[in-house]
Design a protein around this ligand. Structure first.
Ligand code: URA
Length: 426
């Protein structure tokens, strides 16, 4: 007879588990016969002892089997999905999905919510008045057939094991371990049914992977998992030492996404997203140059696709361009000359969370209007008194809060170089 305690002990002692043992534990967990406390111990054992490639693959497939798998075959063409392992100010999906769809490549994407210092695409979309994130599978597929794209919330029926396990990991300090991140991400991507997958593996202070070696290992593990089940998979390792782009916060990020979609965004994030689009299009056998992709931003094609998606999902397109309605705005100015050397993503993600832009726990309500807009990013020259950032809040912004913000803005004499895409793993 298989017993959970024996499986936990085996992993605790660094032994390799069989496929049956892994499947038995995951099925038991979803069925409620393996309790949270045993699953927590198991997750912690994995954290310390790791898993072999074969074990990670078995864990992933056991997780996939705990929910429904979406059949996208009714949509013509190669369907490409994208997933980020989490970041601060990460509004990439909002721009990338319509940009790729504007070339005729269908994107049927399920996104998640933010937690802790990280944001979630779903929350950002929900900050658009009327935008519906819950759709039946039929209407999701129909929308992609009709207009080429849809971004909705992940179905409750998909990878039930991940829902339970992710919540458990979140409160047992077992999120940041490669076997559990790889199986969590890839089980959802495999179940979501796309033919090809672009993985954005973030690295740095604000990411789960703090160094490039770990990010590389996570990326390769996920690419191998995808390929093993016949999905074309590419991973990019991207910088998350500072927030992505200029804004953190739901409405503020929608506004930044719209700017980029109109070809009026910052050069660095625009180039970054065009490079991601090139890879994503390549996965669908559509070869385009970065200048050709940029043209879709300048000629309005990508923006039109985004507006089309918003309208199709009940969103108010007129409300899209509304400024943040935050009641209080504080300006942060440079206190010396030099170069912006650090904007720690984690610290600013947590800061924005405290303003109401993110959730500390899953049940927290969000304030869509609050957040931060940076006027300067790492590597840029600043002069004393120059505007560095604005804080948007719905409660009076105290001097202590401003001091805390400033403590995290580091200015130095040396100019740092930033590379958005650090490596591509295919
Ligand atoms: N994103 C996920 O979906 N799962 C993880 O475990 C970490 C990031």
């Amino acid at each position: 007879m298989i017993r959970a305690v024996d499986i936990i002990q085996k992993k605790r002692d660094g032994e390799e588990l069989t496929s049956d043992e892994i499947k038995w534990l995951i099925d038991g967990y979803v069925a409620g016969t393996v309790p949270d406390y045993q699953m927590s111990a198991f997750a912690m054992a994995i954290y310390f002892k790791g898993m072999t490639t074969r074990e990670i693959s078995d864990l992933t497939m056991a997780m996939v089997a705990t929910g429904e798998q979406i059949d996208l075959s009714a949509i013509a063409g190669i369907k490409v999905d994208k997933h980020s392992t989490g970041g601060v100010g990460d509004k990439v999906t909002l721009i990338l999905v319509p940009l790729v769809a504007s070339f005729g490549v269908p994107v049927a994407k399920m996104s998640g919510r933010g937690l802790g210092h990280t944001g979630g695409t779903l929350d950002k979309l929900e900050s658009i008045k009327g935008y519906e994130i819950e759709r039946s599978q039929e209407s999701f597929i129909k929308q992609v057939q009709d207009i080429g794209l849809s971004v909705i919330g992940q179905s409750e029926q998909l990878v039930k094991a991940d829902k339970l396990l992710y919540a458990l990991r979140d409160v047992t300090a077992t999120v940041d371990t490669i076997p559990l991140i790889a199986s969590s991400v890839m089980s959802k991507k495999i179940a979501a049914g796309a033919d090809a997958i672009l993985l954005d593996v973030t690295v740095g202070e604000g990411a789960f992977m703090k160094n490039i070696a770990d990010a590389r290992l996570l990326a390769q593990t996920m690419v191998d998992l995808g390929k093993a089940v016949g999905r074309k998979t590419v991973a990019v390792i991207t910088d998350m030492s500072q927030p992505l782009g200029t804004s953190i916060g739901n409405r503020l990020e929608i506004l930044e996404a719209l700017e980029i979609l109109q070809g009026k965004g910052r050069e660095d994030i625009t180039e970054f997203i065009c490079e991601l689009a090139q890879i994503m299009l390549g996965l669908a056998d559509v070869e385009k140059t970065v200048p050709e992709i940029r043209e879709q931003l300048h000629n309005g094609a990508a923006l039109a696709k985004f507006e089309e998606m918003v309208a199709a999902q009940g969103g108010d397109v007129n409300d899209l361009y509304r400024e943040s309605a935050a009641a209080f705005i504080a300006e942060i100015r440079a206190e010396k000359d030099g170069y912006l050397a650090e904007l720690p993503a984690m610290e600013f993600g947590l800061f924005a969370m405290r303003l109401g832009a993110g959730r500390a726990v899953k049940t927290d309500d969000l304030d869509f209007e609050t957040g931060i807009v940076f006027e300067k990013k790492v590597g840029e020259a600043v002069k004393t008194g120059e505007l560095l950032a604005k804080i948007y809040a719905n409660e009076k912004i105290s001097d202590e809060l401003v001091t805390e913000f400033k403590k995290n803005v580091k200015i130095s004499d040396e100019q740092k170089k930033v590379r958005e895409i650090i490596e591509v793993i295919a």
